[in-house]
Design a protein around this ligand. Structure first.
Ligand code: RIB
Length: 282
């Protein structure tokens, strides 16, 4: 049963509404929706597959016009069972694992990992740790791949033993501080800024001084980075523009009444933002 009337709403499913990354991303979506006189409806299901299916089904019942799926757990089955039969346009955002014909917005994660490695190499670091989520998604693994390859090219050894995994939140970053320190790194590349900020707390509690004793680099460039001490060096993602792009693609899809548009893929660049948390190795 194809739903034909419009509610002028765009559903947005994010994995963790507590991460400032997703507030900037949502702000970007909101800007574009406002121009079009649409409303975004934002949900966070904390990786709970059942809850996500629940929200999606309710949104479909309410005749949502399109969906931006930034959650990592939504699968091809959910898309096939809930979205496709209703003909609802959807867009997959960076960390979503579902494959297929969906429109997609992402950044150059591989290049981000490479830039992080090159920055640390330039500062003389050779004993490195990458701090990763327990179940890294494809985009996060691309950060690792870029990092690793740049190190290998420079002849710096990096393997599984240089990886520490934790929950992908600031609490996670804090909780595994001991495991990071056990590797005795001079620098840590965190898969996102929240991990870095959590790690800051663990280091401060142990009187370890960043960057004098250990350099820290993050990924995302959330607005908090300039407010922590020391200000966090990171790989900048154009977060708000990613939200803008995602919304624009959904509206393009919505106006493609005849279904002529092929799959839309947008990949945006990243760059290094050098702040105060990385320094020359002593
Ligand atoms: O911090 C949230 C992370 O999830 C970001 O790095 C973003 O790219 C998404 O994958």
């Amino acid at each position: 049963n194809l739903i034909l009337h419009s509610s002028k709403t765009i559903g947005v499913l994010v994995p963790n509404i507590g991460n400032p990354f997703f507030s900037s991303f949502t702000r970007g979506i909101q800007e574009v929706c406002r121009e079009k006189e649409y409303m975004p409806l934002v949900f966070s299901a904390n990786h709970e597959v059942e809850l996500e299916r629940y929200y999606l089904s309710r949104l479909v019942e309410r005749s949502v016009d399109g969906l931006i799926i930034a959650s990592s757990t939504i699968t091809n089955e959910t898309i096939d069972e809930i979205l496709k039969p209703n003909g609802i346009p959807y867009l997959l955002f960076d960390q979503n694992q579902a494959h297929g014909q969906g429109d997609r917005v992402a950044v150059d994660d591989y290049q981000g990992g490479k830039l992080a490695a090159e920055h640390l190499l330039k500062l003389g670091h050779k004993k490195l740790v990458m701090y990763l989520p327990e179940q890294p998604t494809e985009n996060v693994l691309n950060r690792l791949a870029g990092f690793k390859n740049a190190l290998n090219t420079a002849g710096v050894a990096f393997d599984e033993t240089n990886i520490v995994k934790t929950e992908f939140t600031k609490q996670g970053g804090y909780k595994n501080t001991v495991a990071v320190l056990a590797k005795q790194p001079t620098a840590v590349f965190c898969a996102n800024d929240e991990l870095a900020i959590g790690l800051y707390r663990g280091l401060t509690e142990r009187n370890i001084v960043v960057p004098r004793q250990i350099s820290i680099i993050g990924f995302d460039d959330i607005d908090l980075d300039e407010y922590v001490t020391p200000a966090l060096t990171t790989i900048h993602q154009p977060i708000q523009q990613l939200g803008n792009e995602a919304a624009k693609l959904i509206f393009k899809r919505l106006s493609d009444k005849e279904g002529k548009l092929s799959q839309q893929l947008v990949k945006m660049p990243v760059n290094l933002i050098e702040r105060a948390s990385t320094a020359q190795v002593e």
